[in-house]
Design a protein around this ligand. Structure first.
Ligand code: CDP
Length: 210
């Protein structure tokens, strides 16, 4: 089965998705890492992301490999975040990556996180969660993670949020049937417990929304 976790930057998707996958013995899919790989390749090769996306070999796991090279740290650089958000607005880039994501999700049990998992990539996901948190809290978390200035992170985040939410193709939005969790005042443990409980209901074939 697929557990889809969508939401904006800094809402806690990666941490929560990883922890839920560990708790349930599922495999974790970080779809954002794929957009980041396309953006990194385009920056390095001064090429159009859409021309590169279909031909890249992207391997996700403990380490992220791009055409066999370890880019786990390189794809987290702020300029790659910005370029990924721009590349992700291109429908040809999205088409290429959605194909790769659907191939992966076709077999086994997955926790997949991104912006459009519940709406586009896996509309039949057994569980759909939309994680959010207030913007100041999201910027604070991300700044702590990166060791960066919170004001700079907040400014970059708001540009990316606006672009992700207003783009024409697969904008960031909650699937109507998703359970929306505002994690602002919640501990990681509480959020993970909540998603794991939803997964139990999803397994039993019950709808994920309360
Ligand atoms: O970790 P963070 O939330 O900052 O970003 P990410 O999940 O690694 O995604 C990087 C960028 O890829 C986002 O700003 C989105 O524009 C894009 N993305 C997307 O459009 N669709 C996805 N399923 C995942 C990421």
């Amino acid at each position: 089965m697929v557990i889809a976790i969508d939401g904006p930057a800094g809402a806690g998707k990666s941490t929560v998705a990883r922890a839920v996958a560990r708790a349930l013995g599922f495999t974790y899919l970080d779809s954002g890492a794929m957009y980041r790989c396309v953006a990194l390749a385009a920056l390095e090769r001064a090429a159009e992301p859409a021309a590169l996306a279909p031909g890249l070999a992207i391997s996700l796991g403990d380490r992220v490999l791009l055409d066999g090279r370890d880019v786990t740290e390189a794809i987290r650089a702020p300029e790659v975040s910005e370029a990924a958000s721009r590349a992700a607005a291109d429908p040809d880039v999205r088409r290429a990556l959605v194909v790769k994501q659907r191939e992966l999700l076709a077999g086994g049990d997955w926790v997949a996180e991104g912006r459009d998992i519940g709406t586009v990539v896996a509309p039949d996901a057994a569980v759909k969660v939309f994680l959010t948190a207030d913007p100041a809290e999201r910027a604070r978390r991300r700044a702590a993670e990166l060791g960066a200035d919170v004001g700079v992170v907040a400014a970059e985040q708001s540009i990316r949020d606006a672009r992700d939410a207003t783009r024409e193709h697969s904008p960031l939005e909650s699937a109507p049937e998703a359970t929306v969790l505002d994690t602002t005042g919640m501990s990681l443990e509480d959020v993970v417990g909540h998603v794991v409980a939803l997964a139990g209901r999803g397994r039993a074939g019950e709808p994920s929304a309360p």
